[in-house]
Design a protein around this ligand. Structure first.
Ligand code: ZN
Length: 175
């Protein structure tokens, strides 16, 4: 049975530390962490979650894009665990769009990200994967990958004028 875990909030020291590589993907503790992270991101209406957000300093995150109340226009994808992920190439084009973070509730920011990226990661079966990600999915990957380096989206803002409360965001941007 998967458990919905408590999400660490901005100020928690683990959100500001680099995470460690995972040596053994088949470890039952890693496998149950994957299940728990998927349950947690679904319960929180997120589109991604990284292990440091549940106070585990390991290089693992879940991409789980689907439309929900926090991201009504998100594309649908199967929740995917990405272990020891890395960006191997990125587009010249950078786009700014709105992001939130389950660890920084109530705030949205307009964050510049590469429009497309080439990535590598190990899947939960232990197989090495190579993918090209674009637009919103590429954005989520970059956001979650930052969590593994102790970086949050606030660090990427060009200006504090690019910040909004969740309430203003819902009023102005979503509809
Ligand atoms: Zn986040």
């Amino acid at each position: 049975m998967a458990t919905v875990l408590q999400i660490t909030q901005l100020g928690h020291p683990l959100l500001r530390q680099p995470a460690r590589p995972i040596a053994n993907v088949q470890d039952p503790l890693v496998q149950s962490l994957v299940d728990d992270l998927i349950a947690t991101v679904m319960a929180a209406n997120g589109v991604g979650i990284a292990a440091p957000q549940v106070a585990v300093a390991q290089r693992l995150f879940i991409l789980a894009s689907r439309p929900n109340s926090r991201y009504p226009h998100a594309p649908v994808m199967e929740p995917t665990a990405m272990i020891n992920p890395s960006v191997t190439a990125c587009s010249e084009e950078v786009v700014k769009d709105w992001e939130g973070c389950l660890s920084i509730p109530g705030i949205r920011g307009l964050v510049p990200r590469y429009k497309s990226i080439e990535v590598e990661y190990t899947n939960r079966q232990g197989h090495q994967q190579k993918r090209v990600l674009t637009d919103f999915i590429a954005r989520i990957f970059q956001h979650e990958h930052d969590h593994l380096e102790g970086i949050v989206f606030l660090d990427r803002l060009e200006s504090t004028l690019d910040l909004m409360t969740e309430q203003e965001y819902q009023r102005q941007i979503v509809y």
